[in-house]
Design a protein around this ligand. Structure first.
Ligand code: CP
Ligand code: NVA
Length: 331
């Protein structure tokens, strides 16, 4: 398997075997880290990480993964570069590509990260766009693999906004990896018909089944993995909250939903999550709408079945695998 020089923009660009290879590489690098085995395979290389939206996990994972591999990192925040305002995406890509060995981008349209990759001449990594969140997927499917031993035939159910970056990516990753994907959401939050068709065609080749329903209890029956995400994503205007709460309040992951799933089912969430009142937005929503918890109850979030912090940790190991695979020397 040779992924050297490749960008990581969306999982649609990767084969099943390539994704599985990245998962195996992640397991190997995680073992090395846990056993204090040095792995500075990319000493002397440099990456730039560009964030037009905020981040905890993705930023920290790219930084620590890069340091563990022996690389240096430049972090650019939304105000920290000329990109977009004074310099085009194309020109920014050409400049950064001359200076860095790889570039991470988190921001808005998928077309931006695709344009960066076209012009940079070095690997570009999608750290989340409006449409996709591919690095998150490797962490999620690694976590599932760690819990169930394998992926084939696992039933994954996403409850929430089925058109957001995480849900889109889960549908793509599931179809590629032979995992059954069910979306529980009101019809108006089902994904783009085009993407559904593409995923169904891929699914037909891997034995995965893709389903959509408005009935959360029907969806979560026999579920192995129950996944949710925030009801309003970064970059969406504040005025969508009222409508979104109305649409999704019956799709909250609570103990009845978990009890409806398989006995050994796990709960996943990409995080950050609104499961209590310990956040500014959580408090504002409580004052306006009276909701103490949103997409998941505190009880489920903190339960034994919840693997969200393993999942968060796995962001680092999997991002490390992506950088090593695309920048390193491999036999
Ligand atoms: N899950 C995730 O991407 O988290 P951050 O927004 O903190 O990077
Ligand atoms: N759908 C969320 C994911 C955050 C990691 C968002 O885009 O805000």
């Amino acid at each position: 398997m040779n992924l050297k020089g490749r960008s990581f923009l969306k999982l649609l660009d990767y084969t099943k075997e390539e994704i599985e290879y990245l998962l195996d590489l992640s397991i190997d690098l995680k073992n090395k880290k846990k056993n204090n085995i040095p792995h500075k395979y990319l000493e002397g290389k440099n990456i730039a990480i560009l964030f037009e939206k905020t981040s905890t996990r993705t930023r920290c994972s790219f930084e620590v993964a890069a340091y563990d591999l022996g690389m240096h990192v430049t972090y650019l925040d939304p105000q920290g570069s000329q990109m977009g305002k004074k310099e085009s995406i194309e020109d920014t890509a050409k400049v950064l590509g001359r200076i860095y060995d790889g570039i991470e981008y988190r921001g808005f349209e998928q077309s931006i990260v695709e344009t960066l990759a076209k012009n940079a001449n070095v690997p570009v990594y999608n750290g989340l766009t409006n449409e996709f969140h591919p690095t998150q997927m490797l962490a999620d499917f690694l976590t599932i693999k760690e819990n169930f031993g394998s992926l084939k035939g696992i039933n994954l159910v996403f409850c929430g906004d089925g058109r957001n970056n995480v849900a889109n990516s889960l549908m793509v990753a599931s179809s590629k990896l032979g995992v059954n994907y069910t979306l529980a959401a009101p019809k108006s939050l089902w994904p783009d018909e085009n993407l559904i068709q593409i995923c169904k065609e891929i699914a037909a080749t891997t034995g995965s089944v893709i389903k959509f329903t408005e009935d959360i209890m029907e969806a979560t029956k026999n579920a192995d993995v129950i996944y949710t995400d925030v009801w309003v994503s970064m970059g969406e205007p504040d005025n969508v909250w009222a409508e979104r709460i109305n649409l999704l309040r019956n799709y909250q992951v609570n103990k009845d939903v978990m009890a409806n799933a398989n006995k050994d089912a796990i709960f996943l969430h990409c995080l950050p999550s609104f499961h209590d009142l310990n956040t500014t937005i959580g408090k504002e929503i409580y004052e306006k709408f009276g909701l103490k918890e949103m997409e998941v109850t505190d009880e489920v979030f903190l339960s034994e079945q919840s693997k969200v912090f393993d999942e968060a940790e796995n962001r680092m190991h999997t991002i490390k695998a992506i950088m090593y695979a695309t920048l390193g020397e491999h036999e």
